[in-house]
Design a protein around this ligand. Structure first.
Ligand code: SD4
Length: 337
């Protein structure tokens, strides 16, 4: 009885049941896809193969970010930097045009967390599975359990980090070291921001929006730390009537302002995507005061009409754009110039 109640409360709404009501009848829409950072270019290419054939935005945002999850990089997928204890733990979420959503966090040894998030959305009455339970669910769904070994690049970065941070488990004070606080370095040794999540938003031919977000979070984070990326409303939010937003950067500061849903809320109130992103960045700046000099946060948003905008605290945030007419990397405006 209880599980029946849960099922009806949480099970994914199937497109065929509500399509007429949710699709924007009669509108011929130009599909487009946007995603965070430079890696978005490659991810968009994959998403575009789906969108240009008239495919669903949901499929595009899943397949698109899987490209990044499969690639070797510091911050997304199993090749990414580990936590302080040397384990790669992954966070992801996905949301469609019907407010269906699914998420996983603190997931280990699974190559495509975004696809597990989609299964959570489509095959369970729940929205969010974490840790061992999420892994168990993934395996039961046929995902293979990959090796726990770090990629060579991550292994080297971890060893380097251990040396510099002089980390002895369970250590105190490592958080307070100048270059390594609070829980992970804001910047990597080469000066780059310690993050590179991919978040993707797509608008399909039917005029429907979907979004995805996947990350290993901050490198060398505390074990068990989860950022904004898998949290619906913080790292990602989609409201088909209004628009969608994805966040990247210091997750703690995105969570505290319910970032993505706040941006979409401001768009509902009439702001353009860039104005809404800027307003939320200003809110973070006013909350964090002087500390913003050490924090990068960026929002990327799209309206249901396909207008696109972004804004970040510091310069340097790029996003990739793909439509019928253009394939490019754009620079976001920022609070610091
Ligand atoms: C997090 N927001 O875990 C993520 C990291 C990120 O670009 O976006 N990096 O806090």
């Amino acid at each position: 009885m209880q599980s029946l109640t849960l099922l009806s409360a949480g099970a994914a709404i199937h497109p065929s049941k509500v399509s007429a009501q949710s699709k924007k009848a009669g509108l011929v829409n130009k599909p487009l896809v946007i995603s965070t950072w430079d890696a978005g270019l490659l991810a968009n290419k994959k998403a575009w193969t789906i969108l240009q054939k008239g495919g669903r935005a949901l499929d595009a945002v899943e397949e698109g970010v899987k490209e990044t999850e499969s690639s070797l990089n510091c911050c997304v997928g199993l090749g990414a930097n580990p936590d302080r204890d040397g384990h790669v733990t992954l966070d992801a979420c996905i949301m469609d045009e019907y407010h269906n959503c699914g998420a996983v966090a603190f997931l280990e040894r699974i190559k495509h967390p975004i696809s597990v998030a989609r299964r959570v959305m489509e095959k369970t009455p729940h929205v969010f599975l974490v840790g061992e339970g999420a892994q168990q669910f993934a395996v039961s769904e046929g995902f293979s359990l990959e090796s726990p070994e770090l990629s060579p690049a991550a292994e080297a970065a971890y060893k380097n980090w251990l040396q510099k941070s002089n980390y002895k488990s369970p250590s105190i004070n490592v958080e307070n070291k100048k270059d390594h606080g609070p829980f992970a370095p804001y910047r990597l040794e080469n000066g780059e921001w310690n993050h590179d999540t991919i978040g993707m938003l797509a608008l399909d031919k039917s005029g429907n929006l979907s979004g995805s977000c996947t990350t290993s979070g901050a490198g060398f984070k505390m074990r068990g730390r989860v950022g904004d990326s898998p949290i619906i409303g913080a790292g990602l939010f989609v409201d088909n009537e209004v628009g969608a937003c994805v966040a990247t950067g210091q997750g703690e500061d995105v969570i505290r302002v319910a970032g993505a849903s706040s941006v979409v809320g401001l768009m509902r109130g009439g702001l353009t995507p860039e104005e809404a992103c800027k307003k939320m960045i200003e809110r973070i700046v006013s909350i964090k005061k002087d500390k913003v000099k050490d924090i990068q946060v960026a929002f990327l948003a799209i309206s249901h009409r396909g207008e696109v905008g972004a804004f970040s605290i510091h310069p340097g945030f790029t996003f990739a754009f793909r439509s019928e007419d253009a394939e490019e990397l754009k620079k976001a405006n920022s609070w610091f110039k």
